[in-house]
Design a protein around this ligand. Structure first.
Ligand code: NAD
Length: 262
């Protein structure tokens, strides 16, 4: 590996375990020389994240619930106290009540709609505003989305709406923060075997369907998503903002399944 991220440091939000997309990204950023801080949600996840962080040379862990302003205030105060500034932020956070990631979208409840959009979309706006205050020399913010944002995917339901709102937020944030040399982009992998991924009804079928039909005939890997995030956080990505970078083995170009699968 080269040193594409040498001298850069940033916060990775959303590692739950070694299968998390955020962990794939953290590993790739570390391999390119980045210095990392991690946020985790609650003590139980903290115990899992601690050894992972240590394996990439980090002892900078912050407990954050993105629905709680005090928690976010404390987290960004810690970042400011210890580092003063950051160069990148990875936002790999989403949540919806599992019971509504099955069945029909039309049955989405008001409470879960609000909660899902708050955690999965509003949190990006909130952390981008806070992170931008710690990026005096510019920086890069990367979030994670999924193609269910603009094409109906069985059981993705309210998460599809949350991801559509997230992708629109990426464009508005990119425009607001562009004059400060802060870039905002999303990486859009195909289905991956993670905790959040497993919560979606029919996850295994979606995984197998994408593998069988994507032009490259395989699913995205933690390494491929990590590499895409490195590009977006490195200086090579310095003319890319407001974009959705597809890392789905080409699945999004299809109009219908491959002939052998019909
Ligand atoms: P994951 O379960 O490993 O990560 C989700 C993270 O969100 C967890 O670390 C969890 O603690 C965090 N989180 C949820 N609610 C939170 C809150 N209130 N405060 C702070 N953190 C909170 O699953 P993942 O698949 O790695 O998900 C990461 C991102 O990637 C999500 O945005 C997800 O939608 C997206 N994504 C996933 C897939 C997939 O198939 N797994 C595909 C495309 C995009």
């Amino acid at each position: 590996m080269a040193d594409l991220m040498k001298g850069k440091r940033g916060l990775v939000m959303g590692v739950a375990n070694e299968r998390s997309i955020a962990w794939g990204i953290a590993s790739a950023l570390h391999a390119e020389g980045a210095e990392l801080a991690f946020s985790y949600q609650g003590e139980a996840f903290g115990k899992r994240v601690e050894p992972l962080a240590a394996s990439v040379g980090s002892d900078f862990l912050i407990d954050v619930d993105v629905t709680n302003d005090d928690s976010l205030d404390g987290a960004f105060a810690q970042l400011k106290d210890r580092w003063g500034s950051i160069d990148f932020l990875i936002h790999a956070i989403a949540f919806s009540d599992k019971s509504e990631l099955a069945g029909r979208f039309i049955n989405t409840s008001r409470a879960n709609f609000k909660h899902s959009l708050d955690i999965s979309c509003y949190s990006l706006i909130d952390v981008s505003r806070r992170a931008s205050e710690l990026m005096p020399e510019g920086g890069s913010i990367v979030t994670l989305t999924y193609g269910g944002s603009n094409r109906v995917t069985p059981f993705y339901n309210v998460m599809g709406v949350a991801k559509a709102a997230l992708e629109a937020s990426v464009r508005y944030l990119a425009n607001d923060l562009g004059p400060q040399a802060i870039r905002v982009n999303a990486v859009s992998p195909g289905p991956m075997k993670t905790l959040a991924g497993a919560a979606i009804g029919g996850a295994r079928k979606t995984f197998r369907h994408t593998e069988a039909n994507a032009p490259l005939r395989h699913n995205a890997t933690l390494e491929s998503v990590g590499g895409a995030a490195v590009f977006l956080c490195s200086d090579y990505g310095n003319c890319t903002t407001g974009d959705i970078l597809m890392v789905d083995s080409g699945y999004h170009v299809l109009g219908m399944p491959q002939p052998e699968n019909i």
